[in-house]
Design a protein around this ligand. Structure first.
Ligand code: F6P
Length: 551
């Protein structure tokens, strides 16, 4: 019995391809990339794939042709093709929430059709895009005025999780294309410091808040939105000013109206768009205001190109499928519990943080779609920093540490800001890191450099560390769309192999619930009766005592 229409699946580890991979790992697991490359001089040109200018070099993974054949066989036995068709067909693949996961419809062209319960959602998607375009242009042109007649110069996106990480990442990534005479800020944390720092130098008369919340029920977002409303009204005085300084992005019109926002200034999306898959919906309103409607549509065309590539390209040339299957190999056979994402492009500095939610909220699951405990580790930890900063920080562990950290290097051939030799130096570092991680440095090589014997072991780099390199011509709105969709579908591929629901997030609920119980225990004037464990009780008592002493 499971929540999806699909029949229960055989346990992953019982599948013939999985067993063949396990047996195969016994034979090739110790092979070194030095040997693999030496035996196949064309490997670096062979184990690559390309989609719309996005070039994936996966040759520096610890795989042979046989490994790849077996991984593709695994995809077949797990029904990946059928699952892709089910997602594009609007089936309720988010089984535990009984919903489709149809974020791909957000990128559809007007002449395409995506059905939810028999209804084509594409016209609605385009109606919202049109609404966003008109509104964005009104703001950008100065036609939309604040309550006191001043143009809007500051945009503050209030949201958290998918309602923040996508918008902030996209803004940073596409800052080159953005309006430089406007300020774009992102308020997410319930920590009052975030509010104070985001608003400290802003004038309410020139500030527009975009309240982004799919549910319009998230504690952090509603708390920040209420504080922002108070902050605005302290200067603007009149409640009707809210209509000029607050708009919403949500699926919950009732909640939006209750807050005091005119629902004519609400940009809708749908329950079939997961928060972490929503930056190409109205959740990207701040992005559109920053870069303009045409650039936003270019971004969507990038998403769309990758969606189509994923849907229709044979798996052996399909970038997201290859990346997803390699992630399975690295995680489940090589035993790597993390993936480092290392963009050699400063504008992508928030990309790893964005991917953390995309990958970890999607695939951090311990139960299969059939309700059984998973038989293998799922959901590696995603993390990273832009190059070259990481090189002077954590790369030491990646090169010589005791755990394997597969890395995704991301680079662009054309710099957006050509400055002297900087770009060649940046890209040289990217290529060098991937080379060093793959091939390392042997004791013989170190000795040949004349190093004293006692120092040799310290200078050896084992190499054999798996990496992908993603190279694109230039960071454009379109490339960003391609890149995000690449990871979305790679995450999907991994979720299908593990047979988990990549679109729910039940694990986040327990902590939220417990916080609701603790809030009054921290705030009450009376001494509350605490019924937690002894550790939680002691922490609450200590907090209360210190707060009392301070006041
Ligand atoms: O608590 C997790 C979560 O539900 C995320 O999945 C989501 O992106 C975030 O909270 C924000 O939710 P909302 O957009 O409904 O405020």
């Amino acid at each position: 019995m499971n929540g999806s229409a699909a029949p229960p699946r055989a346990q992953l580890t019982a599948l013939p391809a999985w067993q063949a991979l396990a047996e195969h790992y016994g034979r090739v697991g110790k092979l070194h990339l030095r040997q693999i490359f030496a035996e196949d001089p064309q490997r670096g040109e062979r184990l690559v794939a390309e989609a719309g200018g996005l070039y994936l070099d996966y040759s520096k993974n610890r795989v042979t042709d046989e490994t790849l054949r077996l991984l593709l066989q695994l995809a077949k036995e797990c029904g990946l093709a059928e699952s892709i068709a089910a997602m594009f067909g609007g089936q309720k693949i988010n089984a535990s929430e009984q919903r489709p996961a149809l974020h791909i419809a957000l990128n559809a062209r007007q002449d395409e059709h995506f059905l939810v319960d028999g209804i084509d959602v594409v016209p609605e998607v385009h109606a919202v895009l049109q609404h966003m375009a008109v509104f964005s242009e009104d703001i950008r042109s100065g036609r939309w005025l604040g309550y006191t007649g001043k143009a809007i110069r500051n945009i503050v996106n209030i949201g958290i999780g998918g309602s923040d990480l996508g918008p902030v990442m996209a803004y940073e990534a596409l800052r080159y294309y953005s309006r430089r005479d406007m300020n774009f800020r992102f308020l997410s944390n319930i920590d009052g410091t975030d509010f104070v720092e985001v608003t400290r130098d802003l004038d309410p008369e020139e500030t527009l808040f975009i309240i982004v919340s799919k549910t319009f029920a998230t504690l952090e977002t509603l708390t920040n939105a209420c504080t922002a409303r108070d902050w605005s009204l302290r200067k603007l005085k009149d409640k009707s000013a809210i209509q000029k300084h607050f708009v919403a992005v949500s699926t919950n019109a009732e909640g939006v109206a209750e807050f005091g926002i005119d629902t004519a200034n609400m940009f809708g999306f749908w329950d079939w768009v997961g928060g972490r898959y929503s930056m190409d919906s109205a959740v990207g309103l701040s992005t559109m205001i920053a870069i303009g409607a045409r650039n936003f549509r270019d971004m969507l065309s990038g998403f769309h190109a990758m969606d189509e590539h994923f849907r229709s390209t044979p798996f052996e040339r399909n970038l997201p499928v290859l990346m997803g299957l390699l992630a399975i190999w690295n995680n489940n056979f090589l035993g790597a519990g993390t993936v480092a994402v290392l963009p050699y492009e400063h504008y992508l500095k928030r990309f790893p943080a964005y991917l953390q939610q995309l990958a970890m909220e999607s695939n951090g699951k311990h139960v299969t779609l059939d309700g059984d405990r998973v038989a293998v580790p799922t959901g590696p930890v995603y993390w990273g920093e832009p190059g070259t900063n990481g090189q002077h920080s954590f790369y030491q562990l990646i090169h010589q540490g005791t755990q394997i950290v597969p890395c995704d290097f991301i680079g662009f051939c054309q710099p957006l800001n050509p400055v002297g030799r900087h770009h060649a130096l940046l890209l040289a570092n990217l290529f060098a890191q991937a080379e060093a991680l793959a091939f390392g440095k042997t004791a013989d090589q170190v000795r040949a450099e004349g190093k004293p014997a006692w120092l040799v072991p310290h200078l050896v780099c084992d190499g054999n560390r798996p990496t992908n390199t993603i190279l694109a011509p230039c960071l454009t709105p379109q490339t960003l769309g391609q890149l995000v969709a690449l990871y979305e579908h790679s995450v999907f591929t991994q979720g299908i192999i593990w047979n988990i629901d990549s679109f729910d997030q039940w694990g986040v609920e327990l902590g939220k619930l417990l916080a609701q119980r603790i809030i009054p225990e921290l705030e009450s004037v009376e001494e509350p009766e605490l019924k937690h464990d002894s550790s939680t009780n002691a922490l609450i008592w200590r907090y209360r005592r210190l707060r009392k002493e301070e006041s």
